[in-house]
Design a protein around this ligand. Structure first.
Ligand code: SF4
Length: 323
């Protein structure tokens, strides 16, 4: 698969599968939380696609591997990759599957799932480690009570997980002081998601959350965790302009923060709540090239990531890995 074909797959983001129960894997994190998805590998590229019966893409079995069809034509061949926990080679675990916030693109508050105890997380990682393919641990979490409470709980879990001897990345809701708590616990990488780069749209899309607090935590994080260790998800397709997107890429990469450009996933549970439009393949490609150049200009390297989405690459065109 070439980069343009991966961009095409990601611009659609979904695929029809003949036997979803057999091929699909349920997820509590990332785009399409609550749904099922497949990881499609072809050559050097991996694409995660949510399973949807209405998708214009269709996955078909071949004598060796699988093919993806569009408009009756085969566009790419590859194979399905089995995730370890949520994604390949990582134990990527959502600790609190619920959230007091109500970001308008996010399914987690609507799903109102469970809260995993530290013992449950430990057991999940132990099982993943027994397979021999555990390379990293990534923890993410909604906010059950307050961001501070969540950080303390996740920090306790990070301490427990250091025994596995693989890098641990954490993505939680930030607040003043969060970086030191996670650093003291032994986290190797952090991700605080900015989500919406448009400051005017931000309060509608992420009500009750402070744009500035996220930016402050990111800037401080680079001083504490170092270069290539701090990430932020930026959603593409919430109505932001490319100009604002690129201004944010410039500002963040100058600080040493690595943005993840994530195509919005218009989750059925959020239909009609905010403007969401999956970006075109061209928009994904243009902005991925812009991001790659900004990272290089600032001495950052996506391939150096130890955990999380830059390590996985399934949902994005990942500079340093895909291009
Ligand atoms: S890129 Fe990130 S959100 Fe997507 S499957 Fe991989 S780890 Fe999950």
């Amino acid at each position: 698969m070439d980069l343009e074909t991966k961009a095409l797959l990601l611009s659609v983001g979904t695929v029809q599968v003949a036997e979803p129960r057999r091929e699909g894997r349920a997820s509590t994190a990332g785009p399409g939380a609550g749904g099922q998805s497949v990881f499609f590998q072809s050559g050097p590229h991996l694409a995660r696609l949510s399973i949807a019966a209405s998708s214009p893409l269709c996955l078909e079995s071949r004598a060796e591997g699988v093919a993806i069809m569009m408009d009756g034509k085969e566009i790419v061949r590859g194979r399905l990759v089995e995730p370890l926990l949520h994604c390949p080679e990582q134990a990527y675990i959502t600790v609190s599957e619920r959230c007091i916030y109500d970001c308008k693109f996010c399914a987690v508050p609507k799903l109102a799932g469970g809260i995993k105890s530290s013992q449950t997380v430990l057991q999940m990682v132990e099982e993943a480690a027994r397979t021999g393919s555990l390379r990293a641990i990534s923890l993410t979490s909604g906010v059950e009570v307050l961001p501070q409470h969540e950080a303390e709980r996740v920090a306790g879990i990070v301490r427990d997980l250091k025994r596995f001897g693989v890098p641990v990345g954490v993505s939680i809701s930030p607040f003043p002081g969060v970086n030191q708590i996670l650093k003291n616990a032994g986290a190797d990488e952090v991700k605080y998601n900015l989500e919406c780069v448009d400051r005017e749209l931000f309060p509608q899309v992420c009500p009750g959350i402070s744009y500035q607090e996220i930016m402050d935590a990111l800037q401080e994080a680079v001083a504490i965790f170092g270069k290539n260790r701090v990430f932020t998800n930026i959603i593409v397709g919430l109505g932001e302009s490319d100009e604002l997107l690129r201004r944010s890429i410039d500002e963040l990469t100058e600080w040493g923060v690595i943005p993840v450009l994530r195509a919005v996933f218009p989750h059925p549970l959020r239909a009609g709540e905010t403007w969401m439009e999956r970006p075109s393949a061209e928009r994904l490609l243009d902005n991925a090239h812009y991001l790659k150049a900004a990272l290089e200009k600032n001495g950052l390297n996506g391939a150096a990531a130890l955990t999380g989405c830059y390590r996985c690459t399934g949902c994005d065109l990942t500079p340093g890995r895909d291009l």
